[in-house]
Design a protein around this ligand. Structure first.
Ligand code: C2E
Ligand code: CA
Ligand code: CA
Length: 879
């Protein structure tokens, strides 16, 4: 209790502390921001200085260009300058060279200061390029191009300065007093702009004097006039706006009359006064010198401005740090205060509160007669009292909820398991539990009785009436899903005899064992029921063909025929199975049971352990199939199957590039049996593995026997059935055929269908990867006839895509093209080549060719033909 009080007392103090720590965090952040601004403004400063140094490099270059435009080499220019006025000219000649070199050194130094910040990498590259162009050349190689070269660097540099400046300004946080820094930055930018404008004036001046230069430098006089106006505008407010060191330097510049000499010369050049270099050289020299000196002054102005920025940035940071310290002190004070409050609360309030809380506790335990303790007053006590009453009310509500659940008969309502507080609650809950138990017991009894009336006591299976009911609901489910349904009537053979000779106990056990075995063979959604003494019914859902139903019936028959041990003896029984099947779920349940019953009677007529089908046509179907299977076994054994070859050609040239092997079967009467008839039969058992092996052997041996000199390295594509691909033997079978025939694996293509890939992706893909590792190529057959989406193609280990005949068939000049285009594009996207199957007309070939399909196969070229004929198709003479 005391702990709770202390917590209550601490909360406001905590709030205060939180406020103070919030404040410190804010200040800390402000200090970080100030640091960032300082760093950033240092970069701006460096960039601005760099800009100035580059401008200074440019001036001597321009002066020398000016001389060159008169056809003078640097040495000659220097001589003329010397001769005209030794005092100044010597200085100028030297100065140009020195200026240039020292400005370059400054530039390099500033680049170093920028460090390896990625934002400046491009700029650094540009300057380096410029310096390579300039430094390696002797001065007399300078020409007009140089000015263009400088402009290429200065342009991006100006853009960068602007960008960085705005960025820096955007970082300003409202929590900081940054006015001073902001003003200093603006001032630096103003000084930078003025210096930049002034640096332009000298080149303009030369180009105004020498019209020939104008071609490179633009419009001579006009530019000088414009440039001067810009400069005047930029410095017009400097007397009033500049502050600090910058203001001082500016005042100095204004008091000296160095700038004036250049200004006057510029004015007269603008007015069109031309100069004869030989006579007025002294004047040009003087103007150049005064220009350079003024430029130097601008350099000092910029330096002062950048120093002002540095100082302001530092000030901002110091200020932020100071206020952070203040906040920390405040935090400490608040914490100390909070601790004092906690102490006070603990001492003076907790004792009366404890009394009050004891009262509240008794109240909430349901002791309504507890008397209110004396001597506890104050707002906090009232609060606690309120809490206690809330507890009491909550308890009453819980009791109310329990009674409500009881009254409405919801005995399984989870609320009834929730404990009720107090004596009252406990006794109420005990009676509720007793009541619920007795009601549940009665319900369980009901359920058992209901089960017994629908279930067979001996086997626990549903009885006849429950089976009819189950069959009806299975039928409506099958109808809804559009699937088939089979009723299998299982009747034990000679059960009466077992009962008579072995005794009823054994008979009972046979029935129980049969029930267990049926349940074990049925799938979850199937129903197994006991119809009468020795009759059982299996309702199998999702049956798609009579063969599937027969398969299940045969497994049931075989399983029941297996002997088992009981009470020290071995017991053998057997059963016959009658099948009735509906594929469209239109029959009634009674009808199905009756038909299955009739079928099982037929079975018994033929002997024991038999499977019979009710429907005559279906029976025939199954018989034919069994016949085909038996014949096929013979055909394989005696090598009556042959392999024909269908050419696969280039879609454009129609050149044969390979063949698909297709199996052919003529029975002993000479009737041709189509693969579509016997392949599905073979696929329903392991017979297909044998058939596939046979075709692989034959086809690879055939192709390997064709001399490569005559036929080239033709491919042979062989169909691998799904069951075979999923079987472990597939890799070994292929490897053996390759070994025996000696055919290079790169010439073998295996065709697989998408259904097998999707039925067991991991196993199929595993085998395909192994085959590919051997060098065999994989083709996806019949693409477009199934459900593979184009997107899944990406994940299949397949090299070739074969577009199904049905899709090629739809191809017309005005329709069907977009689907084919999509398929081809997707295949190419995933690195597959495309073969179109069933191409019968030249129109189809042309369209496919235009859509990018590499190869075609179909009657347009040739159907599958015997190997001898196939050889003739490739090499008519040799064949
Ligand atoms: P498939 O692999 O799609 O074989 C192509 C089928 O289309 C062949 O039928 C072929 O004769 C036929 N065809 C070829 N060009 C044209 C055409 O221009 N128009 C038309 N309408 N049909 C054309 P076939 O030989 O009856 O084979 C049917 C299916 O049987 C094959 O389809 C394949 O899935 C399977 N099959 C054939 N031989 C074998 C084999 O040796 N092993 C396995 N596992 N399956 C095979
Ligand atoms: Ca094929
Ligand atoms: Ca095909």
């Amino acid at each position: 209790m005391t702990l709770r009080l202390v917590v209550i007392a601490v909360v406001p103090a905590m709030g205060l502390a939180m406020f103070a720590s919030d404040e410190t965090i804010g200040r800390r952040q402000a200090a970080d921001v100030a640091q960032a601004i300082e760093d950033e403004s240092a970069s701006v400063r460096t960039l601005v200085s760099l800009r100035f140094a580059l401008a200074k490099e440019q001036i001597p270059a321009t002066a020398l260009t000016f001389g060159r435009s008169y056809g003078l080499s640097f040495q000659e220019l220097e001589q003329i300058l010397l001769a005209a006025d030794p005092d100044t000219a010597t200085g100028l000649g030297e100065a140009l060279w020195d200026e240039f070199r020292s400005a370059q050194a400054t530039t390099d130094q500033l680049l170093l200061e920028l460090g390896d910040d990625p934002r400046f990498a491009e700029l650094e590259g540009l300057v380096a390029e410029l310096h390579v162009a300039v430094s390696d050349a002797p001065l007399n190689d300078f020409d007009g191009d140089l000015i263009v070269l400088y402009r290429k660097v200065l342009g991006p540099l100006d853009a960068l300065i602007n960008e960085l400046f705005t960025e820096t300004r955007d970082q300003f946080d409202s929590s900081l007093d940054t006015n001073e820094l902001r003003a200093a930055l603006n001032q630096m930018l103003a000084a930078h702009r003025a210096g930049r404008a002034f640096a332009e004036l000298l080149p303009y001046y030369y180009s105004a004097l020498v019209p020939e230069l104008s071609e490179e430098l633009g419009q001579g006089r006009n530019q000088l006039a414009e440039g001067r106006a810009v400069y005047e505008y930029l410095v017009s407010g400097f007397d009033q706006t500049l502050t600090g060191r910058t203001a001082a330097v500016w005042a100095q510049m204004q008091s000296s009359d160095r700038a004036r000499a250049f200004d006057e010369a510029a004015q007269s050049a603008i007015n069109g006064k031309s100069i004869d270099l030989t006579t007025d050289l002294a004047q040009v020299t003087a103007v150049t010198q005064s220009g350079l000196i003024t430029l130097e002054d601008h350099g000092r102005l910029l330096e002062a401005a950048t120093a002002d920025v540095g100082e302001a940035a530092l000030d901002t940071r110091i200020q932020a740090l100071e206020s952070f310290t203040d906040a920390m002190v405040l935090l400490m004070v608040v914490l100390a205060f909070s601790l004092a409050v906690v102490y006070y609360v603990g001492r003076s309030i907790s004792r009366p509160m404890q009394k009050l809380s004891a009262y509240a506790e008794r109240l909430s335990a349901g002791d309504v007669h507890a008397s209110f303790p004396k001597g506890s007053r104050g707002p906090t006590e009232v609060e606690t009292l309120g809490l206690a009453f809330a507890d009491v009310v909550a308890n009453l509500r819980a009791i109310d909820a329990h009674s409500l659940a009881l009254a409405s008969g919801k005995f399984d309502d989870p609320i009834l398991n929730e404990p009720l507080p107090g004596r009252l609650g406990r006794s109420l809950q005990a009676s509720v539990q007793a009541l619920t138990q007795s009601i549940n017991d009665r319900e369980e009894l009901h359920r058992r009785l209901a089960h017994e009336s629908t279930h067979d006591g001996l086997t626990g299976l549903p009885n006849r009436s429950a089976a009819t009911f189950a069959l009806e609901s299975s039928l409506s489910r099958a109808h809804r899903r559009g699937t088939g349904l089979a009723a299998l009537f299982v009747d034990l053979d000679e059960f009466k005899r077992i009962n008579d000779t072995n005794g009823q106990a054994v008979g009972d056990e046979v029935l129980r064992e049969t029930a267990r075995r049926l349940a074990e063979l049925a799938r979850a959604e199937d129903t197994v029921a006991r119809l009468g003494s020795d009759e059982f019914l299996v309702i199998a859902e999702g049956i798609e063909s009579i063969h599937q139903a027969v398969n299940l019936a045969e497994r049931i028959r075989d399983r029941i025929a297996e002997p088992f041990r009981y009470a020290g003896q071995t017991i053998v029984s057997s059963a016959s199975v009658g099948i009735s099947l509906t594929l469209d779920a239109h029959s009634s349940g009674d009808e199905l049971i009756r038909e299955a019953d009739l079928a099982v009677h037929r079975a018994k007529g033929f002997g024991q352990s038999r499977v019979e089908i009710f429907d005559g046509a279906m029976r025939e179907q199954v018989d034919t199939r069994a016949q085909i299977e038996a014949d096929l076994v013979q055909a394989l054994k005696h090598h009556w199957l042959t392999v024909h070859l269908q050419p696969v050609t280039n879609s454009e040239t129609l050149r044969i590039e390979g063949f698909e092997a297709l199996v052919r079967w003529k029975d002993r009467q000479g009737n041709f049996i189509p693969p579509d008839v016997f392949i599905p039969v073979a696929e329903s058992s392991n017979l297909i593995l044998e058939l596939d092996r046979y075709v692989i052997r034959k086809a690879t041996a055939e192709l390997a026997s064709w001399p490569v000199e005559l036929f080239g390295e033709l491919h042979v594509a062989i169909n691998v059935s799904g069951r075979h691909l999923l079987d472990r033997s597939v890799v070994r079978d292929v490897a053996e055929a390759m070994n025996e025939s000696g055919l290079d694996p790169s010439r073998l293509i295996l065709e697989i269908t998408e259904t097998v890939l999707l039925s067991d992706m991991p196993v199929a893909c595993g085998h395909l990867e192994e085959l590919r590792a051997m060098g065999v190529t994989i083709a996806l057959d019949d693409f477009g006839s199934g459900y593979t989406s184009l997107a899944t193609l990406r994940y299949l280990p397949v090299d070739i895509l074969k577009i199904d005949r049905s899709i090629v068939n739809e191809l017309q000049p005005d329709r069907g093209q977009s689907l084919v285009r999509l398929i081809i594009e997707a295949a190419h996207e995933f690195g597959m080549t495309v073969i179109a199957e069933g191409v019968e007309t030249d129109m189809q070939r042309e369209l496919l060719c235009a859509l990018g399909c590499e190869q075609i196969q179909g009657w347009l070229v040739s159907p599958a033909v015997p190997p001898k004929q196939a050889r003739e198709l490739v090499a008519p003479v040799a064949g």
